[in-house]
Design a binder for this molecule. Sequence first.
Ligand SMILES: Nc1ncnc2c1ncn2[C@@H]1O[C@H](COP(=O)(O)OP(=O)(O)OP(=O)(O)O)[C@@H](O)[C@H]1O
Ligand SMILES: [Mg+2]
Length: 302
Amino acid sequence: MDALVEVSGLTKRYGDTLAVDGVDLRVLPGEVYGFLGPNGAGKTTTLRILTGLIAPTSGRVRVLGGTPGRPDVLGKTGSMIESPAFYPYLSGLDNLRLLAEYAEVPRHRVDEVLDLVDLRERSRDRFSAYSLGMKQRLGVAAALLKDPELVILDEPTNGLDPAGMRDMRRLIRELGSDGRTVLLSSHLLGEVQQICDRVGIIDAGRMVAEHHVEDLRGEQELLIRAAPRESAHSVLSGLLGADAVHRYDDMLRVQVDPARAADLNRALVEAGIAVSELHTSERALEDVFFQLTTTGAKSDVG
Ligand SMILES: Nc1ncnc2c1ncn2[C@@H]1O[C@H](COP(=O)(O)OP(=O)(O)OP(=O)(O)O)[C@@H](O)[C@H]1O
Ligand SMILES: [Mg+2]
C-alpha cells in the first residue's frame, strides 16, 4: 500500500536545538495516525514541515506522493496547526466563506463543513465570541473545506473541556471512518488510544516507537514461560489455534481470556511441560509511553 505520508531521516535544526532528529514516519491511506509525545518533542515542527509551512534541514518528505506545500499537494491536504487564525470580527460563517473563496471551493461546502463540526447554529456569531471549543471546531471545519484526502491536526483537543474533547474525538473518528486519512498530534495517551489506529511516539526529536494501538493494549493475553518452549507452543496452538500463540522474548504470549489460565497450565503440565511463569499482561499505552520517554530523563513532562 502506498503511504500518504512518507518521511525518512527527517531533521530540523534551530540553532543549537535539534527539534527533529532523524524521524521516520509512514501514514497509510484510511488510517488515523496519532503522533504522540511530551511538550517540546518535535510534533508541531514535524507537522509544519509536512504542511509545507517550514522547510526541513534534511531528510526525505513525501505527502500524497509530492512535495509538501506544492499546490497539487496542498489542494488535497487540510490542516490545523496550532491555534487557527481567523478574523475576530467576522462570523464563523463569513470566515469560512472567505476561505472557501480563496480556495475556490463551492459555497455549499461551507454549510457541509459547519454541519460536520456541529457549528451551524452558532455560525453567524462573531469568531471573537466563540468558546475555545468552538474555535477549534471552526479550525477543523476550515481544514475540511477542500474535502481533503489527508487531514493534519496539531493537538486538536488542546485546551478543550472534557465535553469538548469528547466531541472532538468523535468528530475525528468520524473523519477516519469516512475514508479520510488523519494525522494528529497529541500529548494525551488516553486520547490517542481512543481515536487512533496507529501511534508513533516521539521524544526529544526522535521516534521511539510505532505501534498499532491494539498491540499496545494487549488486554486479553497471558504470558507463559514454559520448557521446552516449542512443545508448549504446539500444545497451546492445538488448544487455541496457531493464531493465538506467539513467541515473545523467551516466553509465549497467548491471546486468550485470562480466566483460562488454570486450564492451560493443567494441559501443559499433563503434557510433561514445566511451567515456571504464567501471568496476565496488560501493557497499557501509558506504561509503554513512560518507559520509552522517561528513561534517559530527557522528557520535560511529569
Ligand atoms: N521557531 C523556532 N525557533 C527555535 N526553536 C524552536 C522553534 N520551533 C520549535 N523550536 C524548538 O524545537 C523543539 C520542538 O518543538 P515543537 O514545537 O515541535 O514541540 P511539540 O512536540 O510540538 O511540543 P508541544 O507539545 O509543547 O506543542 C523545542 O525544543 C522548541 O523549543
Ligand atoms: Mg506543539
